[in-house]
Design a protein around this ligand. Structure first.
Ligand code: ADP
Ligand code: TRP
Length: 341
């Protein structure tokens, strides 16, 4: 057996925003800093997932490559031997395993996925791709036997479905899959009390999302530091008059506290001690705006330095190696289900 695996992916259908960074990218950067050497770290572009929602097919490839450069600018170490960076569609085993897993995933459980319900609501033509999204995600994870999957709170249900599928097939066929750790252990591993869920600055009852057109509520990683600071300063809050960590009654303020906590890497306790009970919302906004603009300046400077040639080489080398790993799992499954002798 090789090293245990930490794995994540972020759809590449559009520019990334602060929610993607804090929910998916930053935890991955921190985990790899902490665990490199002991764990294999896989970060990939789920390009086949990228068109489960509307996308411009003419620019998808360029967008994918741009988003992969973001991973590197954010701190993923292109030179590390334990780090693999790849594009899902370049490794055909992802699609093949999905077709097999489809026969073990139930219509009922897929219909219950909140992301499916949200993203299909009000649409006249809901695609099979959107419906099947979590099964492809399960294949992404199970092919490499990943244990830890740093993702935002919105992906919790998909992770649980992945576990259910792995356990279901293991019960039927013997131990073919490594079952990813449950949510509680995922949080423990990332030293978090709850999953990150960054809300729209305009409408804090909704998540910050690139799939929703909400330009003033969303901070894109391409926003200038000044523009981003402005968005933070005009964030929607409440009329309670005191700062509290309270998602139900003060989601706007809690969102700002959460952004502050994640960007400063202060502990939850420290953030509460610093801010709870204070009355000037403006102070919190200024502090968050400073953190956000400092982060963006540094990130954007790193992004301009990412070398395209090294990136291309890293992708090709990783894709070769990961195709080998993935094919080993796929062959096991093909044998188990009776497709191979
Ligand atoms: P979107 O909803 O913007 O299309 P994706 O579904 O591509 O984003 O999500 C990519 C990654 O970013 C996932 O790990 C997801 O959990 C995380 N993520 C997306 N939006 C948020 C958010 N508002 N808060 C925290 N994490 C988020
Ligand atoms: N579903 C994730 C998102 O919305 C992307 C994704 C696809 C993913 N496959 C994955 C995340 C496997 C973690 C592991 O962005």
């Amino acid at each position: 057996m090789g090293k245990p695996v930490i794995l994540t992916g972020l759809r590449t259908n559009a520019e990334y925003h602060l929610g993607n960074y804090l929910g998916g990218i930053l935890p991955m950067v921190r985990m790899q800093q902490e665990h490199a050497g002991v764990y294999q770290v896989n970060m990939f572009a789920p390009d086949l997932h990228s068109f489960t929602t509307e996308v411009d097919h003419d620019t998808l490839y360029t967008q994918t490559m741009k988003n992969i450069a973001v991973f590197v600018a954010a701190g993923m170490p292109i030179d590390s031997q334990d780090f693999y960076l790849y594009r899902q569609s370049f490794i055909p085993a992802h699609s093949e395993l999905t077709v097999i897993l489809n026969n073990f995933a139930y219509f009922g459980e897929l219909s219950r996925m909140t992301q499916f319900k949200d993203k299909s609501e009000g649409k006249s033509n809901v695609t099979a791709g959107l419906f099947d999204y979590p099964v492809l995600m399960a294949a992404d994870i199970l092919l490499y036997g990943a244990s830890y999957i740093p993702v935002g709170d919105d992906q919790k249900q998909h992770l649980e479905l992945t576990r259910d599928l792995a356990i279901r097939l293991n019960n039927k066929f013997g131990d073919i899959f490594i079952v990813p750790k449950d949510w509680k252990h995922q949080l423990q591993f990332s030293k978090r009390l709850e999953g990150a869920r960054i809300r729209s600055l305009r409408n804090p009852s909704q998540k910050m999302s690139k799939s929703v057109s909400d330009p003033t509520g969303t901070i894109l990683l391409t926003d200038t530091p000044e523009a981003a600071a402005k968005k933070v300063k005009s964030a929607e809050t409440d009329s309670v008059g005191k700062i509290n960590w309270d998602w139900n009654n003060q989601p706007g303020i809690t969102n700002l506290l959460q952004i502050y906590e994640l960007l400063t890497s202060n502990s939850h306790k420290e953030v509460l001690a610093e801010w709870t009970g204070r009355e000037l919302y403006g102070d919190l906004k200024v502090a968050v705006a400073e953190q956000v603009s400092a982060f963006l300046s540094e990130f954007q400077s790193n992004l301009s330095k990412v070398d395209k040639n090294s990136l291309q080489k890293k992708l090709e080398a990783s894709e070769l190696e990961m195709a080998n790993q993935a094919n080993i799992t796929l062959a096991k499954v093909q044998k188990a289900v009776g497709l191979r002798p």
